[in-house]
Ligand binder design. Structure first.
Ligand code: MLT
Length: 305
């Protein structure tokens, strides 16, 4: 199993829970070996490699799956998912099933389960950022994801798209001034060593699917397929509980133990929301039409008008 993040954090927690359950349920017949820290390539590389049968499993941020399975982009549109409950609602039921089936069709990848990693928070090394104007003059790293690149452009920034595996070094060397990821990821990746400001915004919720190459899945016996799916379901439930149980204390520790300063977004995040949401129509075609977004908003109990 490839992991883009360091050990610790939500990817690792999901991965090791899944690994333990698979081993227990198969009475030791199936062992899952984990390779954290991007040892098996960038997250986008591991999606390709799972498709080609070069790795069996990977946990990747949803934004790094979107280039291979465009319809999952509906989950990375800015300000669609407001928090853990929305993320859980969308990954269960009809929407989640449809995204799983589309990903199998478009990328040859099976989504087995999900890590819930929390809202992506903007970090930087320059100063407090409360409004989009505060980003002027900063170079921000974004994943190689068109929706996220456009979101930053809507805030007046020309972002620098970089692979996740290159991000820490780019921050350390000052090639970029900032990036965004959830509190738990900021902590697991030790970004506090190279960033001192965090904005407590929530423009995208980081969902991280556990994926398996369909070839590897089909090579399993029917009984083992069931076992793997059951383990992933239980690990997904655990991931949600883990987020709720740990995010607040990790946020506190980033301030108290690692000296980060947290800035609240100005004006209830209204400028951030209005500017970023203006890009939604640019992505209707790739996510399967405006109706798909309307369906998602209705499932979340929002007024899609
Ligand atoms: C990214 O920023 O590329 C990913 O969200 C990182 C991650 O997988 O944690």
């Amino acid at each position: 199993m490839a992991l883009g993040d360091a050990a610790g954090g939500t990817q690792y927690e999901l991965g090791q829970t899944f690994a333990r359950l698979v081993e227990e349920k198969s009475a030791g017949d199936i062992k899952v070996e984990m390779f954290p820290n991007g040892q098996l390539g960038s997250e986008q590389d591991t999606v390709n490699n799972a498709n080609m049968g070069l790795v069996d499993l990977s946990v990747v941020a949803i934004n790094n799956l979107t280039p291979f399975s465009p319809s999952v982009g509906v989950l990375t549109l800015p300000y669609v998912i407001h928090g853990p409950q929305d993320a859980k609602t969308l990954t269960h039921g009809k929407i989640g099933d449809e995204l799983r089936d589309n990903t199998l069709r478009d990328a040859g990848i099976r989504i087995l389960g999900w890590a819930y990693s929390g809202c992506r928070r903007l970090t930087n090394s320059k100063g407090p950022v409360a409004s989009p104007e505060d980003l002027k003059g900063m170079v921000i790293r974004v994943p190689k994801n068109e929706i996220m690149i456009s979101s930053y452009q809507a805030w007046g920034v020309n972002p620098n798209p970089l692979a996740w595996s290159e991000t820490f070094t780019a921050l350390q060397q000052g090639v970029v001034d900032g990036q965004d990821n959830p509190y738990i990821t900021i902590d697991a990746m030790k970004f506090y060593e190279v960033q001192n400001h965090v904005t407590d915004s929530c423009y995208v919720f980081s969902l991280e699917p556990l994926i398996m190459g369909e070839g590897a899945f089909q090579d399993l016996s029917e009984a083992n397929q069931t076992l793997v799916l059951d383990a992933a379901k239980e690990a997904t439930a655990h991931s949600y509980d883990y987020l709720l149980a740990t995010e607040d204390s990790i946020k506190k520790s980033l301030v108290e133990d690692h000296g980060m300063t947290i800035t609240e977004p100005a004006n209830d995040e209204k400028e951030w929301i209005a500017q970023a949401s203006s890009i939604w129509p640019d992505f209707y075609d790739s996510i399967g039409g405006r109706d798909k977004l309307v369906e998602v908003l209705e499932v979340l109990g929002r007024d899609p008008a």
